[in-house]
Design a protein around this ligand. Structure first.
Ligand SMILES: NC(=O)c1ccc[n+]([C@@H]2O[C@H](COP(=O)([O-])OP(=O)(O)OC[C@H]3O[C@@H](n4cnc5c(N)ncnc54)[C@H](OP(=O)(O)O)[C@@H]3O)[C@@H](O)[C@H]2O)c1
Length: 302
């Protein structure tokens, strides 16, 4: 069995990746209390002492609006730390799997973005994530960067829980309907990470050959669920699915334009990413966003 190190293991994606690697890799899952990505020396020491063959960096500064006033901190976690991890991965001969974001784009394109489209982040979070991608590429380490979007799941702070919480107390929710994207569940994403290595055999352990094969396919990939919606459409689907439960209160949903919901960080109107390269190269598909939502809802306590 290979040795894998997962950072950000307390986050939505990190927790699911750590869980799915159980029994398939000798996995070392580190949350912020066990590895602070602002501490470059600690990152290097951890990687040197554990000598992983695979590193999955799921830690990130993800508070998109707060990043506008904390760009230096966001840069430390999203750009500097991935660079340090990548240099250590290169030194150790490990493969680095890292996550990036639709927010590297400005959303002006009318169709889904492909990996080679020009980037132009609208906000500090997107800028720091893009720098992280570049630092990884510059390190020369074997890497797979998965750009994803609108992540939610059964654990963590996300749009799904915000809707369920607000819906329980308010009669009406006003939701932005002019930003398009694909909600992607942490479960779908964690399965995709595993499938980079084990393909259609998810039950078996990851081997050194799997890592070598994936390293040969290194690069930048878009990895989102299939289909598209808006935040309003996502909210509607959440409440429609939950309506089936007994005694569930459904608020009135009102579609609004972004200009009626001002936030510190600007967001792209089009967050759609084309994930065909991932499918062509690795045979990996994440599945439809509605299937991801149904699976996630069924994993929640009633
Ligand atoms: N969430 C989205 O909608 C979205 C969209 C596109 C791409 N992504 C990317 O997907 C990846 C996973 O995101 P996610 O949704 O799982 O985010 P998340 O739930 O916010 O998890 C990120 C984790 O990183 C940890 N972290 C933050 N600063 C750290 C530090 N200095 N040292 C160590 N750990 C630190 C956080 O710890 P604390 O909980 O203690 O802060 C958290 O557990 C990230 O690369 C993100 O940029 C996310």
């Amino acid at each position: 069995m290979i040795r894998a190190l997962v950072t950000g293991a307390g986050g939505q994606v990190g927790a699911q990746v750590a869980r799915i690697l159980e029994g398939r890799a000798e996995s070392i899952a580190l949350d912020r209390s066990r590895l602070d990505l602002c501490d470059s020396a600690a990152i290097a020491a951890r990687i040197r002492e554990t000598r992983p063959q695979l590193i999955v960096n799921a830690a990130a500064y993800t508070a998109v609006d707060r990043a506008e006033s904390e760009e230096a901190l966001a840069r430390a976690v999203n750009a500097v730390a991935p660079g340090v991890i990548a240099e250590e991965a290169a030194r150790a001969g490990a493969l680095l799997v890292h996550f990036s974001t639709d927010y590297v784009f400005d959303g002006e394109k009318s169709s889904p973005y492909v990996e080679d489209d020009p980037t132009h982040p609208l906000n500090a979070y997107g800028r720091t994530k893009l720098e992280g991608e570049r630092n990884i590429a510059a390190s020369g380490c074997a890497h797979v960067i998965l750009r994803t979007s609108w992540v939610y799941g059964p654990l963590g702070a996300n749009f799904l829980f915000t809707m369920l919480r607000l819906g329980a107390t308010r009669d009406e929710l006003r939701i932005v309907d002019d930003q398009r994207g694909a909600p992607t569940s942490s479960l779908q994403l964690a399965r995709a990470v595993l499938a980079l290595f084990t393909g259609a055999e998810p039950a078996r352990p990851i081997s050194a050959e799997d890592i070598a094969r994936a390293s040969g396919r290194r690069g930048l990939y878009h990895a989102t669920a299939a289909g598209e919606t808006t935040w309003f459409g996502f909210a509607k689907a959440i409440f429609e699915a939950r309506r089936r439960g007994p005694n569930f209160k459904v608020p009135r949903l009102v579609a609004i334009p972004t200009r009626e919901y001002p936030t510190p960080a600007r967001r792209p109107a089009n967050s759609m990413l084309c994930s065909e390269r991932l499918e062509r190269t690795f045979g990996v598909r994440l599945g439809d966003w509605r299937a991801g939502l149904a699976e996630t809802l069924s994993a929640l306590p009633e």
